[in-house]
Design a protein around this ligand. Sequence first.
Ligand SMILES: Cc1ncc(COP(=O)(O)O)c(C=O)c1O
Length: 367
Amino acid sequence: MTERPIPIVKVRMPPRESLLPALERILYGGMIGEGEEVYALEREFAARFGLPNALAVSSGTGALHLAFLACGVRPGDAVVTTAMTAEPTNTTILQVGAYPVFADVEPDTGNLDPDAVARAITPATKAICVVHYAGYPADVHALREIADQHGIALIEDCAHALGASDAETAIGTVGDAAIFSFQAIKHMTTADGGLLTLKNPQMLNTARQLRWFGLSKGVPRTEVDIKTAGFKYNMNNVTAAIGRQQLLTIDDAVMRHIENGKYFDEVFNNMAGIRPARVRKNSNPSYWLYTLLCDDSHRIEQALVSAGVAASKVHRPNHLHSVFAPYATAMPGLSAFYNRLLHLPCGWWVTDQDRERIVAIVADAAK
Ligand SMILES: Cc1ncc(COP(=O)(O)O)c(C=O)c1O
């Protein structure tokens, strides 16, 4: 008997019975653009995840672009960042005309190493961008201190980390700005979408205008004056309706990621040839992907893939792309992490039987 494939990511849609009436209400309600449904999602999301405010946008990438601009990153500035991430973290730095300075990551978490970040700062540095990679909280408090010492901004890329927390602080609340992604395969999706939160009300106002061409919404179009050219990064009521329905069941989904992640942490902790990624003390990952570190990651990947389990490294370290080659630098921590890295499926769709099957395959291949 062939066993069912286990994907590494999966689209989570709310039940038809609740989603379709909610969508129908918006689709035939006369207002499908940015409106009350978007603002309701912003309020509900901010309340649920302990954020000071929220600006819903068309993608996590758009949210990052706005975050860098609102935090004052301009052409020629440097942003200290990680190469161990999905590409938009760093393409958006280039998009504002700034350049990435890749700081090394911790070999046992894949997250930015605060000491390496401190060493990478120069007078040209305008911001630090930290990613909570795969849903494991990075040391944001140490990074906050470094940013404050230098009077620069801290931007949190929480695209993988919805529902995670660090030392009792909700993810996304330590940085000057934080972004979330509602792309198809994240903990929560609006098909495509994203969200930005900013501590400073003035920056929030800047970002809100840049989200909509540089215009102030609510001011008659004949009287409004664009001072800075903005973008069309708004979320619309249709995708916001999906988001509001997603929020109704997000707790169960995130909880299952966490249950599976903790199960793997416990089982893999005692197996020769492999180690779970380190979970920082007092932090609670939301395990978008499970991060396993293996003496022979290739062999374990092969064993899982040939049994129908979509394990992989998922991302390419960004400095290996041609576009980032000019900024490449030696990163021994990243090399050590990446050589040993294998991401395992760990989300809401992974059943008790699935995870036992994954463990049995890993145990066998790691022998
Ligand atoms: C770490 C990280 N940052 C930013 C993004 C961008 O999000 P989006 O796909 O919603 O534009 C992603 C998504 O791929 C991501 O994984």
